[in-house]
Write a protein that binds this ligand. Structure first.
Ligand code: B12
Length: 135
């Protein structure tokens, strides 16, 4: 690859569960990716705008609050509106299996539950980007 993969790690919502997001941001950086971490309390609008400005390959949303069925569809809708259709949306947190299936039906990528090994997340993003982004 000619340049490092760029990933936006985002914490959407009002809760303070930022441990997972920080662990992911550090691990992706250790794997050689360029990571932009939004910090706490972002809105879907802020996330999509940052993704556009930073020209990222992937958006990773960490969500443990239970608001995933509101947040992910809103992010997908805004991305469509802004024609940001070649960027991966992935994430993780406390998300029931049945909801993961529904979110994947609207175009969300893999969503990783607690206990997922970092190497699985790193290789998923690397493989998706290699297949779907024009480097
Ligand atoms: C630690 C913790 C806290 C800490 C948070 C510290 C911090 N700075 O993050 C504190 C004590 C502050 C806290 C508070 C609360 N918490 Co809390 N908390 C937890 C707990 C025990 C662990 C979360 C954690 O840090 N795990 C370690 C990290 C590394 O794991 P992780 O985030 O899950 O990340 C992994 C995956 O999910 C995934 N992943 C996560 N994010 C991302 C992002 C990307 C891009 C990718 C690819 C993958 C990925 O990969 C990671 C590695 O495997 C969970 C229970 C649990 N077992 O998860 C409850 C839990 C999340 N908390 C919960 C609740 C209810 C609360 C409170 C509302 C409790 C209260 N009544 O006060 C408050 C909220 C306060 C607030 N203002 O936010 C509930 C949420 C319920 C729900 N979703 O329906 C949980 C699930 C506990 C429970 N079983 O009820 N909490």
């Amino acid at each position: 690859m000619k340049r490092p993969i760029r990933v936006l790690v985002a914490k959407v919502g009002l809760d303070g569960h930022d441990r997972g997001a920080k662990v992911i941001a550090t691990s992706l950086r250790d794997a050689g990716m360029e990571v932009i971490y939004t910090g706490l309390r972002q809105t879907p609008e802020m996330v999509v705008n940052t993704a556009l400005q930073e020209d990222v390959d992937a958006i990773g949303i960490s969500i443990l609050s239970g608001a995933h069925m509101t947040v992910f569809p809103k992010v997908m809708e805004l991305m469509k509106q802004k024609e940001l259709t070649d960027v991966l949306v992935t994430g993780g947190g406390i998300i029931p299996e049945a909801d993961i299936k529904k979110l994947q039906e609207i175009g969300v990528g893999e969503l990783f539950p607690p206990g997922t090994a970092m190497k699985d997340i790193v290789s998923y993003i690397e493989e998706w980007v290699a297949e779907n982004r024009n480097f």
